[in-house]
Design a protein around this ligand. Structure first.
Ligand SMILES: NC(=O)C1=CN([C@@H]2O[C@H](COP(=O)(O)OP(=O)(O)OC[C@H]3O[C@@H](n4cnc5c(N)ncnc54)[C@H](O)[C@@H]3O)[C@@H](O)[C@H]2O)C=CC1
Ligand SMILES: N[C@@H](CC=O)C(=O)O
Ligand code: NA
Length: 438
């Protein structure tokens, strides 16, 4: 059956939040109205835009007569609610209220989904409406739909990605333009990439929320923000970036979600976000500025890679509008999108079970026997060394050396124990950094 906007009454769309993404969603609703109607099978009538302030300066594309500060009443008169306010409350209450009133919901709010996803899915399921959230992970990149639908017949083994545009922009600027962290974050904010509070970006919470969503979809298991082992980028220094380059790597904040088996044979999933050394010839090393990329490894499909703009108003609006057309098509033709799939219910394993190669950088005394003592601590934990690089520094009479040790794959737990043992050796002045290597 062909979709015809002429035969279906218009569907009422409410937009909650008119910031970076909300403004771009409104723009496309206004400028692409005919085309969207033809694709969706009904006109999308924008019935209101919930804002905090009616007087704030706004892009002229936003019709001021549609603005309201009464979001609660707005959601009650909509067929589809597009939540772009961010944060937990009042977004959560408004989404639930929308669903209770029979509206489908499209949201970009990864923080809310990673905290309260199951309650929202349950409510949408009970009400027989759609909950779509492509924009919540990696902005414009289609990744939620491929994992949730295209790979529904496969077994996903691992998902590895750069899923936060702000931190990728910051690390890229530190490496290529020599910017400091603070200045780079300011630029990312000005470009509309950062969260309202950029701490969510630089401390890795935003990437962790996205990792939790991807892991839930990929492994048919509920994974929440608190299940994700998370390290942000705030402790990284210009020196870390330089050393990464010297050793043939690029520093990236990576999200990794994978199936794993413990030494005792227990199956589960591991989900972590951490600064990682990516070999410079790896495709993820070439992901620059605020771009994102996600690798998916599945049993039958093999390796898949998704790349594109992970942040910014217009790219994110693209994903929101795609969802909007999908949920409207369901309204027009009947039917519903996928519901939550959490039947596998795998345990989320402790981060200590993760296995990786590591690069450990130490500042040590420059005297005979130092390397042997450090190496024997690694051997004691069964961590084997792949390579060692030593650089001498002299300042007056003081001679020290930087030791960069790359290990073979080792359990995170063993690596941590090794680093602790090494750090108290009298010849070791400082453990400068410990980073996993992809
Ligand atoms: N900016 C980006 O690149 C991306 C953002 N997202 C997500 O999209 C959502 C929106 O992000 P942005 O547009 O960047 O944020 P923003 O901070 O630019 O916009 C949010 C807007 O919502 C308004 N708002 C907040 N609470 C409100 C309330 N109670 N009532 C009415 N209005 C309220 C704020 O005043 C602000 O104008 C967030 O969930 C964010 O995580 C997702 C992907 C990319
Ligand atoms: N702040 C986020 C926006 C997109 O999700 C980011 O920087 O990636
Ligand atoms: Na996406």
């Amino acid at each position: 059956m062909a979709l015809s906007p002429g035969t279906h009454p218009p569907l009422r769309v409410a937009v909650l939040g008119c910031g970076v993404v909300g403004t771009e969603v409104v723009r496309r609703l206004v400028t692409e109205g005919d085309e969207l109607a033809a694709r969706a099978g009904a006109r999308l009538e924008l019935v209101g835009v919930a804002v905090r302030s009616l007087d704030a300066e706004r892009d002229p594309v936003v019709d001021r007569s549609l603005l309201t500060t009464d979001a609660e009443s707005l959601v009650e008169k909509a067929d589809v609610v597009v939540e772009l306010m961010g944060g937990i409350e009042p977004a959560r209450t408004l989404v639930l209220r929308a669903v209770e009133h029979g509206a489908s919901v499209v949201t970009a709010n990864k923080a809310l989904l990673a905290q309260d996803g199951p309650a929202l899915y349950d409510a949408a399921d009970a009400a027989g409406v759609d909950l779509y959230f492509e924009a919540a992970v990696a902005g414009a990149i289609p990744i939620v739909r491929p994992v949730r639908e295209s790979l529904a017949g496969d077994t996903v083994l691992r998902v590895v990605g750069i899923v936060n545009g702000t931190t990728n922009y910051v690390l890229d600027s530190m490496s290529t333009a020599g910017l400091g962290l603070e200045q780079a974050v300011k630029e990312a904010q000005a470009l509309g990439y950062a969260e309202a509070d950029p701490t969510a970006d630089v401390e890795g919470y935003d990437a962790a929320a996205k990792a939790a969503i991807l892991a839930s979809l990929a492994f048919h298991t509920r994974v929440a923000l608190g299940d994700v082992d998370r390290v942000g980028i705030t402790a990284l220094t210009a020196d870390d970036v330089t050393w990464a380059e010297r050793t043939g790597h690029v520093l990236k904040l990576l999200a990794v979600a994978e199936r794993a088996r413990t030494a005792e044979g227990r199956d589960g999933v591991l989900v972590r976000v951490q600064p990682t050394l990516v070999p410079s010839d790896h495709p993820l090393a070439g992901v620059r500025q605020a771009f994102n990329a996600v690798f998916v490894e599945a049993e039958a499909a093999g390796e898949l890679m998704f790349y594109g703009r992970g942040a910014g108003g217009a790219p994110t609006a693209s994903a929101v509008l795609g969802d909007l057309v999908s949920v409207v098509r369901h309204r027009v033709l009947g039917g519903k999108g996928p519901v939550e799939s959490s039947h596998a219910d795998l345990p989320v394993l402790d981060g200590g079970e993760a296995r990786s190669r590591y690069q450990v950088r130490l500042e040590v005394d420059d005297r005979p026997g130092v390397l042997a003592r450090v190496a024997s601590e690694l051997a004691a934990q069964d961590v084997s060394i792949e390579s060692v690089r030593q650089t001498l520094q002299t300042s007056g009479d003081d001679a020290s050396a930087t030791l960069v040790i790359t290990t073979h794959t080792a359990p995170d737990r063993a690596l941590r124990a090794t680093v602790e043992a090494v750090s108290v050796l009298d010849v070791v002045r400082r453990v400068v950094s410990v980073l996993p290597v992809l």
